[in-house]
Design a protein around this ligand. Structure first.
Ligand code: PAF
Length: 306
């Protein structure tokens, strides 16, 4: 495990100096199979794999769950070793933000993609994400970085940020991984009570009902949105925050399903905020729905669609 920026930089410069490639998986720890699938994708494609493990305070609002965010350093190090990760970078907060809790003077903000969806209820969240990811990219240097498609808005923001700032990082979006009953894997699932864990499956059922009507020919975005929302509101332990149908690249709301569409939901289950989504590609031949994989995908299947 490396904790210092200078040490990681020196190590990766030496690695690249030998002609080796670097795959990078940024995380906040509390690994589940979704994280492990990112590590496997990086391992399959690169000589050296780096995983960062840093719970970034900048992306949590004052009333959010920073203090309750699950932590399991020992379990994470064991999981990373089992996936063949070469380096875990786990910096203390002062290493990333000297002077913390004084906020850094320089932050990164991606306009346009961050106002809607999770941005409406989590002001400042995506600035925190963009800032820490920009810093991590600067520390890790030229690499290919792997992100899960569950955080679809985050992925769009990071892609745009890397392109706009000409960062030497290729971004790869990897399929989301679901539990056997369809719940999207998330570190926050650990904070659900057994009853909440059971109730949370309604999120997948809502998206699945949406997928069914699209496959049945529905192309009205408003109707699709209502189908998904109606299922989620049947569960008393779940409070729907939003169900939106947007263009997958611009995240602009759609009236009609066309091109690459993102159906995104966020809901509070007890105190735990969960997000989920599905993508739909609609063209003249019909609609192809991607709800993510219920069973852990194979390495070959990972990242087929970048
Ligand atoms: O998705 C996450 O775990 C975090 O938002 C990230 C990308 C590691 C930035 O803190």
């Amino acid at each position: 495990m490396i904790e210092r920026v200078t040490e990681l930089r020196a190590h990766l410069d030496a690695v690249r100096g030998r002609g080796a490639t670097v795959g990078f998986v940024p995380t906040m720890g509390a690994f589940h199979d979704g994280h492990r699938s990112l590590m496997r994708a990086a391992r399959a494609a690169h000589d050296t794999v780096v995983v960062s493990l840093f719970v970034n305070p900048l992306q949590f609002g004052p009333t959010e769950d920073l203090d309750r965010y699950p932590k399991d350093l020992e379990g994470d190090l064991a999981a990373a070793a089992a996936e063949g990760v070469d380096v875990v970078f786990a910096p203390p907060v002062e290493e990333m933000y000297p002077g913390f809790p004084t906020p850094p003077l320089t932050t990164v903000s991606v306009a346009g993609l961050t106002g809607g969806l999770c941005g409406s209820s989590r002001p400042g969240h995506f600035d925190g994400v963009a800032t820490v990811v920009a810093k991590l990219f600067s520390i890790v240097g030229p690499c290919t970085a792997y992100f899960g498609k569950k955080d679809a808005q985050q992925l769009a923001v990071v892609r745009r940020m890397a392109a706009d700032l000409c960062l030497p990082v290729e971004i790869v979006g990897c399929p989301m991984v679901r539990e056997a009953d369809g719940l999207a894997m998330s570190s926050r699932n650990r904070n659900l009570s057994p009853a909440e864990r059971e109730a949370a499956t309604v999120i997948y059922r809502g998206l699945h009902s949406g997928a069914d009507v699209v496959i049945g020919g529905e192309r009205d975005a408003g109707k699709l949105r209502r189908v998904v929302a109606n299922v989620l509101t049947t569960e008393p332990l779940v409070r729907l925050e939003y169900a939106e149908v947007v263009a997958a690249d611009s995240l602009e709301p759609l009236e009609e399903l066309t091109g690459d569409v993102l159906v995104a939901v966020a809901a509070k289950v007890g105190d735990v905020r969960l997000i989920d989504n599905m993508t739909i590609r609609v063209d003249a031949r019909g609609a192809v729905v991607d709800l993510g994989a219920i069973v852990a995908p194979t390495v070959e299947g990972l990242c087929a669609a970048r």
